[in-house]
Design a protein around this ligand. Structure first.
Ligand code: ADP
Ligand code: MG
Length: 604
């Protein structure tokens, strides 16, 4: 038998190692931020495109690297941070394994540009999938700029495994916030696309918290401070009343490194001693400082989990630090928000908005819009609240019945679509008066119907109206999607798409149907996805499928606010459509709450 064991080529070994270090764009972000911090940067800018799938760029003003170091930094197990095993127990840097850059370079197209202050020229290296494509002297500011493009471009399975942009972006924001909290003494900026999500100047921790989370946090922080022989604890906990129903704003740092540790989390919660509403989580940002020899960070490659040699003592100290903070009633005077800062200004409002919006979207952490709100409508009116409660149930039941009986299923006269006052209910329904009662229209289903009819017409005859892209976009597709695009080219043209072949599986998108919004590639991809799903589930004819898919993509969504002009034109469109009662996939578009039924509620 011949020998069959051989060593893996470096590029493959790197890819495998990368799997441990880089799971998603946010893991690369974390490593890059840590490197910039380790390099002594005072200002770190992070620029993200397409939730990090297309681009992660970091710009720091740290010490930079020499030509040789720049090249070495991309090798696995290459680090400037430890030399021997002893060093492992004295770690003060964030990184030390020398794996991050090699791993990221193995699974992306990377450009590294760096210069040290003593040199006039810096170095630029371009590397794709571990392969050095170019290294040469280059002009550069002092510090390091790294561009990570098309993460996982060479591992489609990984790339496909990534979640949608909001989810990936939330992970990135989390990673960013963790670092920005850990180092309030440094300036951080996070830009996504053309939106500045955060821009925070060096400040105290309290100001940093406000800068990242919004002004609302100003009043709710209680300072923690405890020092013993073993450790020092500093930071802030949120007041119990401001605690939230979801996790996500609990931050624990050990020697300025963000960590997760359920045991210590428990200690903090315990420190609140029954002050917390059931099932709620307080904000906290707590910093433990202790001699690194008591810490073993080497238990997990991404290093957010750590072990202590004396967990129990640390637990007890944490708990009592939190207790003391909450017991000290002088909550706000301990904070000093005196104002060098732009944090209080406009930017932080925007940040607060985008941040809390983010969390809302991601966690579904929206106040439950239940019965209470409904009752508020009656606030101040002489109504017996208990009666209201029972009434509410019957109303719900009635609604069911009304819906079933409503006359739409039996064929409808075309109502008079002019004049009558329209209003939007909860950004979901359009309500208008009709002769026999109140008509309630589902805006999304209605718009799908209107668009579907329009697209079918366009597919049948002339060309759809296209909006010309200002900058034509190239878009790469999988080969199966690309062939599908080619197959559908005529129909897509008729709908208003304009594109031409631009490479083996790429196209140049020059225009989109006027009805669509969003980024060119995303619109086409979304359409293809929908088309494929419909094809599989429903086996629709091509045109019917395309019209449906695009109608679904392009329709107004529930939650969108409409102007009264939009409402009138939608209602008019619906009632001149081929089938006003139903959306193309058969959902009801409206029903009528008949006056005769209403009268039932007021019977004397
Ligand atoms: P580690 O951080 O564990 O040492 P990395 O792969 O993250 O490993 O980085 C390798 C080396 O590259 C670092 O030890 C450091 O010397 C250098 N390096 C990485 N990023 C930067 C940066 N932004 N500025 C200066 N040097 C850097
Ligand atoms: Mg590192």
């Amino acid at each position: 038998m011949p020998d069959i064991i051989h060593l893996l080529p470096d590029s493959i070994a790197n890819q495998i190692a990368a799997g441990e270090v880089v799971q998603r764009p946010a893991s690369a972000v974390k490593e890059l931020l840590e490197n910039s911090i380790d390099a002594g940067a005072k200002k770190i800018q992070l620029i993200i495109r397409d939730a990090g799938k297309q681009l992660i760029q970091i710009i720091d003003d740290g010490v930079g690297m020499s030509e040789t170091d720049a090249r070495m930094s991309l090798e696995r197990h290459a680090t400037s941070k430890i030399k021997n095993a002893e060093d492992l127990f004295r770690l003060r840097t964030m990184g030390f394994r020398g794996e991050a850059l090699a791993s990221i370079a193995a699974v992306s197209q990377m450009e590294l540009r760096t210069r040290q202050s003593q040199n006039d020229l810096g170095t630029v290296i371009i590397v794709e999938g571990s392969e050095i494509k170019k290294q040469e002297p280059a002009t550069s500011q002092v510090g390091t700029i790294i561009l990570v493009k098309n993460l996982f471009y060479n591992i489609p399975a990984r790339r496909n495994f990534l979640k949608g942009n909001p989810v990936e972006m939330k992970h990135i924001v989390d990673a960013f916030v963790q670092q920005a909290l850990a180092r309030p003494d440094l300036a951080f900026m996070l830009v996504h696309g053309d939106e500045v999500l955060f821009d925070v100047a060096p400040s105290k921790l309290s100001q940093r918290i406000v800068g990242l989370f919004g002004k609302g946090y100003q009043e709710q922080l209680a300072a923690c401070q405890l020092e013993t022989d073993l450790l020092k604890i500093t930071g802030y906990v949120g007041r119990p009343e401001s605690s939230k129903r979801t996790r996500g704003e609990q931050f624990l740092f050990v020697n300025n490194r963000f960590i997760r540790n359920n045991y210590l989390h428990h200690a903090v919660m315990n420190g609140f001693e029954g002050l917390l509403p059931e099932g709620s989580f307080p904000f906290y940002a707590l910093f433990i400082e202790l001699d690194p020899k008591h810490v073993d960070v080497n238990v997990h490659p991404t290093k957010t989990e750590i072990k202590f040699d004396d967990e129990r003592s640390i637990y007890a100290y944490m708990r009592s630090a939190v207790k003391q903070a909450l017991g000290a009633h002088n909550l706000s005077p301990t904070l000093d928000f005196s104002g060098d800062v732009n944090l209080m200004g406009k930017i932080s409002d925007i940040q607060q908005q985008s941040h809390s919006q983010f969390y809302k979207e991601q966690t579904g952490e929206v106040p439950t819009r239940s019965a209470q709100n409904w009752e508020q409508l009656f606030e101040g009116l002489p109504v017996n609240r208990d009666d209201l409660k029972t009434e509410r149930i019957t109303e719900a039941e009635h609604n069911q019945v009304i819906r079933m009986e409503s006359s739409i299923n039996k064929g409808m006269e075309k109502p008079d679509t002019s004049e009558k006052i329209l209003f939007q209910l909860q950004n979901k329904f359009i309500v208008r008066e009709v002769s026999n009662g109140l008509m309630i229209i589902n805006q999304q289903s209605a718009h799908e119907r209107v668009l579907y009819d329009k697209f079918i017409r366009q597919l049948g005859q002339s060309k759809g109206v296209s909006q010309q892209a200002l900058f034509p976009q190239t878009a790469e597709f999988s080969s199966s999607d690309f062939s599908l695009l080619m197959e559908l080219e005529d129909e897509l043209n008729a709908l208003g798409f304009r594109f031409e072949v631009f490479g083996k599986t790429a196209i140049l998108i020059q225009g989109l149907p006027i009805e669509t919004t969003g980024q060119e590639k995303a619109v086409l991809e979304g359409l293809l996805e929908q088309f494929k799903a419909n094809k599989q589930e429903l086996q629709l004819p091509v045109r019917e499928n395309l019209a449906r898919s695009l109608a679904k993509r392009a329709a107004l969504k529930t939650g969108q606010k409409l102007t009264s002009e939009q409402m009138s034109s939608l209602v008019a469109g619906l009632f001149s459509s081929s089938n006003p009662g139903f959306s193309p996939d058969g959902s009801t578009t409206f029903f009528i709450f008949e006056t005769s039924k209403m009268e039932g509620y007021f019977s004397r």
